[in-house]
Write a protein that binds this ligand. Structure first.
Ligand SMILES: [Ca+2]
Ligand SMILES: [Ca+2]
Length: 164
């Protein structure tokens, strides 16, 4: 009987592992939706993630890495992101970047999930680079616009702004 239970547990674990593996293969999609590498008033750099799927995604063990020339700043993640949810995470207060960084997102097994184009910004204003609209991912620089910061919430879109 005990053997049987272990077998069931093993099967359940394998099924769960397969589900997690699907995430790595693009079955669930988290993107770097907005980033502030040139904050105003000596503020802290931050990155916003967006879950483009209709299911929550477990991001335990995932890592954001800000790469700015030879410098790298890793931000370790935990928890999960709700369906169509946003999550903003801060870098360390001491971090000062040139504003010309690239933001990478890796899953728990170290697979690259997303990478932003390099966008220069040394204005130290409330403006940030964000996907327009949220989650737009054609792997080109045009995915991102330079607009007012919307940390932890929708970046809006041209159509939305017109409606307001
Ligand atoms: Ca800024
Ligand atoms: Ca935003």
């Amino acid at each position: 009987m005990k053997m049987k239970l272990e077998s069931i547990v093993t099967k359940a674990f394998l099924a769960f592992s397969c589900l997690l593996a699907l995430c790595s293969l693009g079955g669930c999609d988290i993107v770097v939706n907005e980033f502030e590498l040139s904050p105003p008033d000596n503020g802290t750099v931050w990155v916003e993630l967006y879950n483009t799927e209709d299911a929550a995604v477990d991001i335990d063990g995932w890592v954001i890495k800000i790469v700015d020339e030879a410098w790298e700043g890793p931000i370790r993640l935990q928890g999960s992101i709700d369906p169509r949810g946003f999550l903003a995470v801060d870098g360390q207060e001491s971090w000062i970047t040139t504003g010309n960084g690239t933001v990478y997102l890796y899953d728990a097994s170290g697979v690259e999930v997303d990478k932003t184009p390099q966008h220069g910004d040394n204005e130290h204003s409330d403006f940030t680079y964000g996907r327009q609209p949220d989650g737009k991912d054609t792997d080109t620089r045009a995915d991102f616009g330079y607009t007012m910061a919307s940390k932890g919430r929708s970046n809006g879109s041209g159509a939305l702004n017109q409606a307001q």
